[in-house]
Design a protein. Structure first.
Length: 323
């Protein structure tokens, strides 16, 4: 039996980005999205040189997914094509893409609601047109903050749209997509699903796990589950203290998601073991130190978000080799 949760489950699901707490009117229409039959969770195989686990499906509980957090954001400006390209070169299993929606209803890759942290301007993404977003410098901030990783080419980087990312990498990579502020952008899910369908990244002919969608918003995930049940979902939770879920909470998550993503500092060996026994995957975020990676893998996590995909590869290789 699980210990009783010390924090209301609803608050856990809403924490981290506070998406459910604010409601605004969106000018973006929702439109209709075709609903396709669900897939089985058989996963797909890849040909990667570092993981012997590559012989198993992406959603196998025996595999450690290497999830490139905002791309290989330890080496290049987050959520830029350079960061995603670096993640591909380092054999990340997934490119993680956070989504925001522009004033003219285009999905762009950006973590924050405001552009000020990662560009040369300020203002909310939802208040800016795509033209205004694409005119921003999305890389100089990284050169200034991380001079030891700086490259002159980074100052020429722009904020990519979701379609630009998919057009660049196509089916050669796997996508781990987060819906950000979906309560403020009710058209986000429909727009996302139309793009995925357009690029043949969802549906019964696509191996399960090609795309994973995550969110702190339960409602957003339920909308995806209802409209495109073939997509595996991850419920994000930010535990304020030690990670705990009651049996009813676990059962509720299992009704629509294949696992959870949680802040790694809150996790314990017991919690990870209980979650795995209940058949859920667990993908902690954001883990950059090898010692933390090794400990979490020893506990039984099934994937890790990291800014440094190469570090995670080295840890897994060392553990598989008995190091």
């Amino acid at each position: 039996m699980y210990l009783f949760a010390v924090i209301c489950f609803v608050l856990l699901l809403m924490s981290g980005c506070g998406a459910e707490a604010r409601m605004t009117t969106s000018a973006c229409g929702s439109g209709a999205v075709a609903t396709m039959a669900p897939n089985t969770l058989t996963g797909m195989t890849t040909d990667r040189k570092n993981f012997s686990a590559a012989k198993t499906g992406l959603l196998s509980p025996n595999r450690i997914l290497n999830i490139a957090h905002r791309g290989a954001s330890g080496y290049a400006p987050e959520h830029t094509l350079a960061s995603y390209q670096k993640a591909k070169e380092l054999d990340g299993d997934y490119l993680e893409i956070d989504l925001q929606m522009t004033k003219d209803c285009t999905l762009v890759a950006m973590h924050d609601e405001d552009v000020s942290r990662t560009t040369n301007s300020d203002g909310k993404v939802s208040d800016l047109s795509l033209d205004a977003i694409e005119a921003l410098d999305a890389g100089t901030w990284f050169n200034d903050e991380y001079p030891y990783q700086a490259e002159s080419a980074f100052s020429q980087l722009t904020v990519p749209t979701l379609e630009e990312v998919i057009d660049t990498f196509g089916s050669e990579v796997n996508y781990y997509i987060e819906t950000k502020t979906p309560s403020e952008e009710p058209a986000m899910v429909d727009t996302l699903l139309r793009i995925l369908q357009k690029h043949h990244l969802v549906g019964e002919d696509v191996p399960s796990g090609k795309v994973i969608i995550q969110s702190f918003s339960k409602n957003s995930l339920l909308e995806v589950h209802q409209k495109e049940p073939s997509i595996p979902l991850i419920q994000l939770i930010h535990f304020r203290k030690k990670a705990m879920l009651t049996d009813p909470e676990v059962d509720e998550i299992k009704s629509y998601a294949v696992g959870i993503g949680a802040n790694y500092e809150s996790l314990s060996k017991e919690f990870v073991g209980e979650l795995r026994n209940d058949g859920l995957l667990i993908h902690p975020y954001t883990v950059n130190e090898p010692a933390d990676m090794k400990r979490l893998i020893d506990w039984g996590v099934t994937g890790i978000f990291t800014n440094y995909p190469d570090r995670l590869h080295d840890v897994v290789d060392g553990m598989e080799g008995g190091g």
